[in-house]
Ligand binder design. Structure first.
Ligand code: G6P
Ligand code: MG
Length: 217
């Protein structure tokens, strides 16, 4: 039985995935190459330092550790600039309703994000105090598809792994959920997220009890 919901942040609660993409693209362009949306899909859910490694490899660019750290800071500054402009209008459709349904059903919820900026974003959009626990890039050491972030989320809620359901927009995030023994709803197409237990384009108009029944049947 599902007793807790573990939410990814970027691309699930707010569409910061587009801000990450825009900042990474700007960095790649400055280095003299480009990245496209298809490649960006492979970056979703991946930590900042692992993402930069993948992007540099994609562009065939080799840099020293210090230079890489400088670039990561620069990318994050661009990203944070965009995040600072965010308002509650950017909460994705259906999220506030699904959170209310979680509370009404007496379920618990935790964040399970790889982002070190997660607390800043949750405060900005006014959802911080809805969460019973926050597990983010500041509390994990291993990037999705490693299950650490979700295992810690279940622990923080005092639940068994199999009692938790993950909500994810990243292929790597759904792999992480499965590696933790959890089911996952994919926010995104079957084409991008063929590994999800159920695909939704958003939570708009969705009934949580019905979704849970479908997932458990
Ligand atoms: C999430 C996003 C990734 C991002 C990572 C780290 O998993 O999907 O695109 O790289 O968090 O985010 P941060 O805000 O710490 O750079
Ligand atoms: Mg995401």
């Amino acid at each position: 039985m599902i007793k807790g919901i573990l939410f990814d942040l970027d691309g699930v609660i707010v569409d910061t995935a587009v801000y990450h993409y825009s900042a990474w693209r700007r960095m790649a362009n400055e280095l003299g190459f480009d990245i496209d949306e298809e490649f960006n899909e492979t970056l979703k859910g991946i930590s900042r330092m692992d993402s930069i490694d993948r992007i540099l490899e994609k562009g065939g660019v080799t840099l020293g550790k210090e230079e890489i750290l400088k670039l990561a800071t620069k990318k994050n500054d661009w990203y944070v600039e965009m995040v600072e402009q965010m308002t509650t209008d950017e909460i994705l459709p259906g999220i506030e309703s699904i959170i209310q349904q979680i509370k009404d059903l007496g379920l618990k919820m935790s964040l399970g994000s790889a982002s070190k900026n997660a607390p800043k974003i949750l405060v900005k959009i006014g959802l911080m105090d809805k969460f019973d626990a926050i597990v983010d890039g500041n509390s994990v050491t291993k990037s999705k598809p490693h299950p650490e972030v979700f295992i810690k989320g279940a622990e923080a809620l005092g639940l068994k792994n199999e009692e938790c359901l993950v909500i994810e927009d990243a292929f790597a995030g759904i792999e992480a959920a499965h590696a933790a023994g959890m089911k996952a709803i994919g926010i995104g197409s079957k084409e991008n997220l063929p590994n999800a237990d159920m695909n939704l384009s958003s939570f708009d108009g969705e009934n949580l009890s019905d979704l849970l029944k479908k997932l458990q049947s």
